[in-house]
Ligand binder design. Sequence first.
Ligand SMILES: CC(C)(COP(=O)(O)OP(=O)(O)OC[C@H]1O[C@@H](n2cnc3c(N)ncnc32)[C@H](O)[C@@H]1OP(=O)(O)O)[C@@H](O)C(=O)NCCC(=O)NCCS
Length: 163
Amino acid sequence: MNQQSGFVVRAPLAEELSVLAEHEPPNSGIAASHFAAHLLGQVSFAVAWDGSKPLGYVVLDHESAAHRPELKHLFVYPQARRRGVAGSLCDWGERQARALKFSVIYLAVGLLNEPARNLYRARGFRSIGEIVQTSYEYPDSDGRLRLITEKDEFFLKSLSGPE
Ligand SMILES: CC(C)(COP(=O)(O)OP(=O)(O)OC[C@H]1O[C@@H](n2cnc3c(N)ncnc32)[C@H](O)[C@@H]1OP(=O)(O)O)[C@@H](O)C(=O)NCCC(=O)NCCS
């Protein structure tokens, strides 16, 4: 429980996927695909909840990422931003990585994504000097797939210090 804001970060239950889908473009199945990978043990998937209301989510990829473990897909719903939700989701990811005996944690952040870059820098993440261009299809608000190309920079944080 985040003492100041009163929300909790935990894995969703199968029956909660429909609530998460209400926050997604139609038929995109974003939470459902993260949940399926979570059940297979490839990733850990967690959602921040205010009671039964989801606020955002994050994935820790400890199997397939080039740099492991990698914090991925951090997203806070627009109406829940600037309340510390992303910070709590990152706290969860770092705790999860420690529990899995990793001593570092990676993530990739867009070169132009200042909100996220501020968040990660403030938490002690630093660039490893590796920039990758990624292209992926993402559904727009009508559910139509759009090809998105962006340049991401890898950041690293050591987990060996005190929490
Ligand atoms: C980036 C994002 C996850 C931040 O979520 P959030 O819950 O609003 O973040 P928090 O409230 O935990 O903010 C923590 C810190 O991050 C930084 N930050 C967050 N949003 C910011 C903004 N819009 N502008 C500047 N700094 C910002 C600040 O340092 C903030 O601390 P402060 O509020 O004390 O100033 C959210 O804006 C989001 O989901 N964006 C779209 C998806 C995305 O970019 N994900 C990251 C992929 S790498």
